[in-house]
Design a protein around this ligand. Structure first.
Ligand code: ADP
Length: 380
C-alpha cells in the first residue's frame, strides 16, 4: 500500500474491541513553498495534535512511545501514538469535526473490527474514507516496522524468578524468523510467522485482556484497567486459588525448587517456615500448580478475601492460561521465540514476568518470551 497517493494529514487507526489506537505522522521536512500553500486547517490539526498530551477526558498521547525521524512514503517526520476507548468514538468524531477535519478530503488507513463497523460513520461525519487493511497483516508489518526503526524495541526479562534481580535485557531481533506472536488484546490470537508475508494463525482464546478487565470489574467493582492492575499489585491470589499444597497437605519436596528462587525470596525477619511457605507459594503460582478460584466455593474463604486478592487471582488466571497456550503453540510449531504484544501488557509487569518465567522454566531455557517497548514502556 503506497502512502504517496494520500494527502496530508496522514493518520493510521487500529479500531479494536476495547481501545482505538491512532498514529499521526507529523512531517518535519516541510519546504517553505509547501508551508505557504498549506491550508490553515491542516496547520491547526498539526498544532493541536502535537501540542497536547490529553484530548478530552479519555484520549491520551503516549509521548514516551513517539518515534522521531522516521521515513515513510518519501517523507521524514515524527510518529505520534494516541489512544482512546473505542466506546468514545462519537466524542472523537465530534472533536475531529470541530478541528475542521470534515473540510479535508482524507483517506485514513484503518484496521481492527472497528474499521468495518465505523466505516459509514467516518464518511458521513468527518468526510474520511477508511482504507481498510487486514489486522493480522498490520500487526506483523507494524511490529517489523517498529523493530526496524527503533533499535531498543525488543527485550526479554532476565532472572524473571527474582524480584530484585529481574531486569530488562535488550534482544537482537535482526534475524527474527521464525517466531510466534501472541497478541493479547480484548481476546488473544497466536500466529506463527515464517517471513514478512508468510504467517498463519495457529491458535487463540476468547479469554484475554477483555476477560480480565470484565471479570475484575465484576468482582471488585473497579472501573478501569489501571485500577484493576493497581489492585492486583497489592493482592494475594493464594487466598483465592487453591494450591496443590492445600490438597496434598504440604508435600513440597517432589516439585524440586530452583536454588536461586529460594535465595531470592528470603525476606529478612520472617521465620524459616514463613520464608519457605512464601517461596513455595511463589513456585506454585508460577508453575500453575494451582486451581484458579478453587477456594471460592467456601463461604468462609469468600468472606475473608479482599478486592486486591480477587484482582490478583483474575490476573494470574488469565495470564497462566495464555502462557500455557503460548507454550503449546511454540512446541507444536517447533519455534523458540515467542513475542507477546497487546495492550493487556500495558503497565502490567506482573503478567510479563509470569509469562517470562513460565516460558523459561517449562522449556528449560530453550523458549524465550520477548516483549516490545511500544507495548509497555511506561514501566521502568
Ligand atoms: P483491542 O484491539 O481488542 O482493543 P488491545 O491490544 O488494545 O486490544 O488491548 C485491550 C486490552 O488492554 C483490554 O482488554 C485491557 O485488558 C487492556 N488495557 C490496557 N490499557 C487499557 C485502558 N486504558 N483501557 C481499557 N483497557 C486497557
Amino acid at each position: 500500500y503506497s502512502s504517496y497517493s494520500i494527502t496530508m494529514p496522514w493518520f493510521g487507526m487500529d479500531i479494536g474491541g476495547t481501545l482505538c489506537k491512532l498514529v499521526y505522522f507529523e512531517p518535519k521536512d516541510i519546504t517553505p513553498d509547501e508551508a505557504n500553500s498549506e491550508i490553515e486547517t491542516l496547520k491547526n490539526i498539526r498544532k493541536y495534535l502535537t501540542k497536547n498530551k490529553a484530548y478530552g477526558s479519555t484520549g491520551h498521547r503516549d509521548t514516551h512511545l513517539q518515534m522521531n525521524d522516521v521515513h515513510i512514503g518519501g517523507r521524514r517526520g515524527v510518529l505520534h501514538f494516541i489512544r482512546f476507548p473505542t466506546s468514545e468514538m462519537n466524542h472523537f468524531l465530534e472533536l475531529a469535526k470541530s478541528k475542521g477535519m470534515a473540510t479535508l478530503v482524507t483517506t485514513v488507513c484503518a484496521t481492527g473490527g472497528g474499521a468495518f463497523k465505523f466505516e459509514d460513520t467516518f464518511r458521513k461525519e468527518v468526510n474520511m474514507k477508511l482504507e481498510k487493511c487486514d489486522e493480522l497483516d498490520c500487526l506483523i508489518r507494524g511490529m517489523l516496522f517498529i523493530e526496524g526503526n527503533y533499535p531498543l524495541e525488543c527485550y526479554y526479562w532476565a532472572n524473571s524468578t527474582s524480584e530484585d534481580k529481574c531486569t530488562k535485557v535488550q534482544y537482537d531481533f535482526t534475524n527474527p524468523y521464525p517466531f510466534i506472536i501472541v497478541n493479547i488484546g480484548s481476546g488473544v490470537s497466536v500466529l506463527a510467522v515464517y517471513g514478512p508475508n508468510n504467517y498463519k494463525r495457529i491458535s487463540g482464546t476468547s479469554l484475554g485482556g477483555g476477560t480480565f478487565l470484565g471479570l475484575c470489574c465484576l468482582l471488585t467493582g473497579c472501573n478501569s484497567f489501571e485500577e484493576a492492575i493497581e489492585l492486583a499489585t497489592s493482592g494475594d491470589n493464594t487466598k483465592v486459588d487453591k494450591l496443590v499444597r492445600d490438597i496434598y497437605g504440604g508435600n513440597y519436596e517432589r516439585f524440586g525448587l530452583p536454588g536461586d528462587l529460594v535465595a531470592s525470596r528470603r525476606s529478612v525477619g520472617a521465620s524459616y517456615q514463613q520464608n519457605r511457605r512464601n517461596i513455595l507459594d511463589d513456585v506454585y503460582i508460577r508453575f500453575s500448580l494451582l486451581f484458579s478460584f478453587g477456594h471460592m466455593n467456601s463461604k468462609e474463604k469468600r468472606e475473608s478475601v479482599s478486592r486486591e486478592d480477587l484482582a490478583r487471582a483474575t490476573l494470574v488466571t488469565i495470564t497462566n492460561n495464555i502462557g500455557s497456550i503460548a507454550r503449546m503453540s511454540a512446541i507444536n510449531e517447533n519455534i523458540n521465540k515467542v513475542v507477546f504484544v497487546g495492550n493487556f501488557l500495558r503497565v502490567n509487569p506482573i503478567s510479563m514476568k509470569l509469562l517470562a518465567y513460565a516460558m523459561d522454566y517449562w522449556s528449560k531455557g530453550t523458549q524465550k518470551a520477548l516483549f516490545l517497548e511500544h507495548e509497555v514502556s511506561e514501566i521502568r
